[in-house]
Design a protein around this ligand. Sequence first.
Ligand code: MD3
Ligand code: FE
Length: 214
Amino acid sequence: MIQSDLDLFGPEPQHLASQTVLLPGFALSVLEPLLDALRPVLRAAPLRHMQTPGGLNMAVALTNCGALGWVSDAKGYRYTTSDPISGQAWPALPQVLLELAGRAALAAGFEGFVPDACLINQYLPGTRLSLHQDRNERDFEQPIVSISLGLPAVFLLGGLQRSDRTVRVPLSHGDVLVWGGEDRLRFHGVLPIKPGLHSRMGERRINLTLRKAG
Ligand code: MD3
Ligand code: FE
């Protein structure tokens, strides 16, 4: 089959591990409604650099929407119901994002995923995220859905031990990744973002991570 035929049907889901599925371009069909919904969220709860529990400035700028939001400060990593800057509840999770996450989870084999938290990470060129596990959620049986927007990234997918080998997964604008089950506690990270200009998103990568945190 020639490339143009493949384009008509869109790339197939790719299994990166037993319960890790890459859905290439899955977010593109709702891209404009998604960006329209994100703008007021970012106005109400601006991106900011949080401190690590050890007192260092995080390279990634972040904010949240949903009933719960992930924060980091001297007290540690945790979920809060309000934005520590404004003192207000985090902005509501936009319906378009809730529905996109549910459809992505279903496409990856996870039924009935209803997230209550969306972490919004912004990476400028040069920004990386070092290898870590996500352990602040209550129920590790729940999957995580991640939406990549803007500049491309190379995602590092490791194993259950920090020392396990990692595989490099290129992520493009509109790609959606879903993790669950035995892959939920894999170590993972993001290599430094290469300089570039994305036609729709500018000089940055935005990652939306949807979880059931509470
Ligand atoms: C893989 N964010 O916010 S996608 C994070 O691109 C985070 O901003 C990255 O890691 C980003 O914690 C990676 C999300 C992700 C979340 C949980 C995972 C990837 C995962 C759990 C297991 C394996
Ligand atoms: Fe993570």
